[in-house]
Design a protein around this ligand. Sequence first.
Ligand code: ADP
Length: 511
Amino acid sequence: MVRRELPDYPSETSSASFTGANPVSHPSRGASMNSAAEPAPTYRTGFHIGGRWVSPLGTDEISVENPATEQVIGRVPAGTAADVDRAVAAARAAFPGWAALAPTERAAHLERLHRRLTARAGEIAHTVACELGTPLKIAARVQAGLPLTVLDSYVTLAASPPEEETVGNSLVVREPVGVVGAITPWNYPLHQVVAKVAPALAAGCTVVLKPAELTPLVAYLLFDAVDEAGLPPGVVNLVTGTGPVAGAALAAHPGVDMVSFTGSTATGTQISRLAADRIARVSLELGGKSANIIFEDADLAGAVKVGVGNAFLNSGQTCTAWTRMLVHRSRYDEAVDLAGKAAGGYRLGDPFDPATRLGPLVSAGQRERVRGYVERGLAEGARLVTGGLDAPVPDTGYFVAPTVLADVDPDSTVAQEEIFGPVLAVIPFDDDDHAVAIANNSKYGLAGAVWSGDQDRAVAVARRLRTGAVDVNGGAFNPLAPFGGYKQSGVGRELGAHGLAEFLEVKSIQR
Ligand code: ADP
């Protein structure tokens, strides 16, 4: 590829305002809750635009907090619309060259990126444990391991894009959409980035990334890896900032051909509106309120244990979380008891303590939101099985005790709204039709689960659920399977070949 001359941005890093827990020096820092408040070296700051670290045009900053210690651990620049302009210009300039590369050449770039990022797996887990509060052990597996797996899958997929087809006298070819604006959330801060950047680059698109303001630090590690891998300048660019300023500028930018967003349904609606003004393509991964249906012939202990684990993963801050546990009435009391015991056994605390299974919520605001839902659930008639607002939690940090609510009315607030905290609603049902009706009684349609001793029955019920994914009897997560939602859970699919296809236009050439 010809390396293009890019507009002359201010070079080098900006002032060293970004002091954070430096994962390079402290990859396995110990168990103290205050560990992230120790004096820490600086790491990179500014934006990554056109292949270089550049200074922001404005002076505003965003403070990044460790939600377990309530200490500020870093500061990143709050990008403006002018910063977004520069990044989009760089991505546009890089697009023709990147799109023209052979698929195997793009694959080779992604392979190098994968290698460089893999070398930083420990730093990634550490950084996410600091900025989000995911227990380190879980962060290593999910927050670092999963994005590396996804990136690796796109090394293979980049090399073998969809075949051209012949339809009568037409040759049907696929071409990259163009410049992609990627706007990502805080709950899986690297995975959500990689789930967009990797397929976009594999397809031949170039990208401007705006990561979540609550957890922007891990993106800096990705861009260090981008530098080390020697990706052509401008194929992927980083602008940090707030949603309403940098995010909205990116979604509304006339130079952005597609907006790929993961986050709340409310923000997804706003982004759709911004993109609609110029008919830009959107891909949206939004909220969920997934049902976990447990039939009377299921392995109850296994189903409840896995179900509770799923609901509370990442402190319940997971869009696919099975937050409604639907249990056949004949096993209901037993299931409620098992769920209460399982939830009560979760150890809350310091994300760096190996015994911790549940970290804090991401922010004070999120904790208040979740506490409000627990209060509302009880006011609307749910029964508190375990947890709740009076259960003991560490004094420091944004913790909510793992909470199980039983006898939840399927129409009530806690059964309808996404809570994004460790709160499980248990609901009884009478038969298969009743279970399906309750499960589908949701504006969301992201995920779900079915458990039955009769696999055919479970699969038949899975087919009736209006959701983008269903796990039957503990079926394992498949990083190559399409991921996305029906209804208000989103538009489009991520991961695997379907995720790559989102970034391709289709052209018919008649001969
Ligand atoms: P949450 O409410 O859970 O923080 P959001 O959906 O608001 O999740 O945030 C997801 C991403 O969307 C973040 O990167 C955020 O900065 C961005 N964002 C928030 N509001 C807007 C907006 N109005 N326009 C564009 N991006 C936004």
